[in-house]
Write a protein that binds this ligand. Structure first.
Ligand SMILES: Cc1cc2nc3c(=O)[nH]c(=O)nc-3n(C[C@H](O)[C@H](O)[C@H](O)COP(=O)(O)OP(=O)(O)OC[C@H]3O[C@@H](n4cnc5c(N)ncnc54)[C@H](O)[C@@H]3O)c2cc1C
Length: 276
């Protein structure tokens, strides 16, 4: 087995162009998924690559490095629009998982129940991909194409996520699992609202674990626009969730997931109305 541990992005991309390698960041998805199968013969550990970790201002928005861990997110001083991402970060597995699990790992693993994805979809994240041919960016909603499927091409590495400036917005993440921690979401919800004089002038609502890829509910977002922040609990109605396609599985039925998603959205909205 060859383990590569490049320190520079150019070096990593050149190695990948020369021969394929399985990419690993925290390894919290890769290694459990291996089970008893043999590890790939060529593995690239991305955690030493400079410039891939941390959150910084980028022009009018924010750059979240691909290898930023959930603990990094919790510990970084960030505006309220990041509250939902921090809440999700605190609910990814356990503290040990949060210390090593990364943002890029969460999106590239492309689980419909990934907790970071609905928040980042609601934040309208763009994914930056690098290869020896250059870089490209695409919206996270387009990057993840289905369960365990992404637009990542051979030879590419996710280098960062870019988020638009919503610093004045408030946000909230709600997760339903069979217990409070170390649990895969039955359903999860992210809500971001920005206001003027306590009237909602913009909203983003995204739901995880209720469709092949966590998705925004644009009809719910439209219904929230123009409403008073203090009176949002009854604005989102069952028909606003019509685009969701929740499945029956060992964790819950599709009907239960749909109903739970509505309850979580209303809970998030009530919470935001009380705090903003
Ligand atoms: C006990 C346990 C509990 C968990 N609980 C949760 C939970 O509650 N919620 C949740 O959402 N997840 C949970 N997870 C899953 C996991 O911890 C997260 O998805 C985490 O963010 C994955 O990050 P990682 O760095 O460990 O990914 P890795 O395992 O290193 O990689 C995952 C995938 O991403 C690819 N990859 C990683 N970095 C890059 C990059 N820069 N460019 C291209 N591809 C890349 C890898 O090739 C691989 O396909 C849990 C896992 C465990 C083991």
């Amino acid at each position: 087995m060859t383990i590569l541990r490049p320190r520079h992005l150019d070096e990593a991309l050149a190695e990948l162009a020369a021969a394929p390698a399985a990419l690993v960041a925290g390894g919290t998805d890769v290694f459990p998924a291996l089970g008893v199968r043999q590890a790939p013969s060529r593995v690239m550990d991305l955690t030493a690559v400079e410039g891939l970790r941390g959150i910084s201002r980028n022009g009018a928005g924010w750059r979240v490095g691909a290898s930023t861990t959930w603990t990094d997110i919790v510990r970084t001083d960030l505006p309220p629009c990041f509250d939902a991402l921090k809440q999700a970060a605190r609910q990814v597995g356990s503290v040990q998982i949060q210390n090593t699990g990364t943002v890029a790992g969460n999106i590239c693993n492309a689980s419909p129940a990934a907790d970071g994805v609905p928040v980042l979809v609601a934040m309208e994240a763009e994914v930056e991909l690098a290869s020896v041919s250059g870089t490209r960016r695409l919206p996270l909603e387009r990057f993840i194409t289905g369960p365990r499927r992404t637009e990542l091409k051979p030879g590419e590495i996710v280098t960062a996520l870019y988020l638009p400036d919503r610093d004045a917005a408030v946000s909230r993440f709600e997760k339903l699992g069979s217990r409070a921690y170390l649990v895969i979401s039955i359903v999860s919800v992210a809500v971001i609202l920005w206001t003027e004089g306590r009237i909602v002038i913009g909203a983003r609502v995204a739901v995880g674990a209720a469709s092949p890829v966590p998705m925004r509910l644009t009809e719910a977002e439209a219904a929230l626009k123009g409403r008073a922040l203090s009176d949002l609990s009854g604005v989102v109605l069952p028909h606003h969730l019509a685009a969701l396609t929740p499945i029956d599985d060992v964790r819950a039925t599709g009907d239960y997931r749909r109903e739970a998603a509505l309850v979580l959205i209303r809970r998030a909205l009530t919470g935001l109305g009380g705090t903003a």
